[in-house]
Design a protein around this ligand. Structure first.
Ligand SMILES: Cc1cc2nc3c(=O)[nH]c(=O)nc-3n(C[C@H](O)[C@H](O)[C@H](O)COP(=O)(O)OP(=O)(O)OC[C@H]3O[C@@H](n4cnc5c(N)ncnc54)[C@H](O)[C@@H]3O)c2cc1C
Length: 296
């Protein structure tokens, strides 16, 4: 049994925990086990055990792009919070998957390394953000990732170079092949001016606070921007700002955000997403594509 395996190997885990603090929608879902491997080897051993018993599992970063649709995830959730080392080698920097992208971006500024300033606005971890090709202000991970160390489905370690990752807008080879697990990402950066970088981040932060509902639980933009359009603008023009299903609400501040206005269920969010898609399709004949990930 996986529980005795965790106990025998002194692996840190929680049984039947609430995931409320592990997803930015603050959905109060639970899972069977939540496990925190201490390093790469422990991660591999846990996955070996999971695969041996054919158990359901999921990698979770900061849960800032994830919707837990149901109140219970009948499987094991693996969080790489303890794999959070950053290694500096001139203008190449390797960050482990569980490292916060925001913290990494700020740390790079202290080292006078430029390229990941956009990451200071993205509340995700390095692993998921690499796979998602997260980005902001017309920049994205694709511009700064040099290579990525992953585990494949047979638990072999493999390295992908930037071109092998086939990065596209909020997409990559890794996102299309979720069986790969990012262990660490190496970034190639350039020398930059510390003050100018800090100032840029502060200015952007003020603007985000003014235009996005950062004081409410959400998972950022719900839909990708269709080519040449803004999803938020389309949703707003459909009169959907403030539209609610259960505790899920289209933000009045930014229509491409859904907020948890109190006790929202994952199901409310998913229903609201479907409703928005239906209305935008009817009014503008545009098929909105979901940026967030629904976990069932
Ligand atoms: C207020 C707010 C603002 C945001 N602004 C932006 C923005 O400007 N730009 C942007 O791109 N995004 C933005 N986001 C969305 C989100 O922060 C990003 O998508 C982020 O990259 C997700 O990282 P995460 O660790 O939270 O991912 P999670 O939600 O934890 O996971 C996302 C997916 O990655 C998978 N995954 C997790 N870890 C790994 C791993 N080690 N290897 C492989 N797959 C893994 C998960 O299984 C899941 O499928 C915002 C979110 C919020 C709440």
């Amino acid at each position: 049994m996986i529980k005795s395996f965790f106990n025998e190997n002194k692996i840190i885990y929680e049984e039947n925990p609430s995931l409320k603090k592990y997803n930015t929608y603050r959905l109060d879902a639970k899972c069977k086990y939540l496990v925190f491997p201490k390093d790469e080897l422990e991660l591999i051993n846990i996955l070996k055990e999971i695969k041996k018993d054919n158990l359901k599992y999921l990698m979770l970063g900061n849960g800032s792009n994830t919707i837990f649709k149901n109140d219970y995830y009948d499987g094991i959730i693996i969080k790489l919070d303890r794999l959070n080392k950053i290694t500096y080698n001139s203008n190449y920097v390797t960050a482990e998957a569980g490292c916060s992208l925001m913290k990494l971006s700020l740390d790079l500024i202290k080292h006078g390394l430029s390229g990941l300033e956009f990451g200071a606005a993205i509340p995700g971890d390095v692993g998921a953000s690499t796979a998602m090709n997260a980005g902001a202000y017309t920049h994205d991970m694709a511009e700064v990732v040099d290579k990525v160390r992953v585990l494949d489905k047979d638990l072999n370690i493999k390295e992908f170079t930037n071109s092998e990752l086939e990065f596209e807008y909020r997409d990559s080879y890794l996102k299309k092949h979720p069986e790969y697990i990012v262990i660490s990402t190496t970034f190639k950066l350039t020398r930059g001016d510390r003050n100018a970088m800090s100032e840029l981040i502060s200015t952007r932060r003020v603007k985000r606070l003014a235009t996005q509902p950062l004081d409410k639980p959400s998972a950022g933009s719900v839909f990708r921007n269709p080519e040449g359009m803004f999803a938020g603008e389309l949703i707003e023009k459909c009169g959907l700002k403030g539209y609610k299903i259960g505790g899920a609400e289209v933000s009045k501040k930014h229509a491409n955000f859904i907020i948890n206005s109190g006790n929202a269920k994952g199901e409310d969010i998913v229903k609201l997403i479907e409703e928005i898609k239906k209305i935008v399709k009817k009014e503008y004949n545009v098929d909105l594509v979901l940026e967030q990930i629904i976990v069932e």
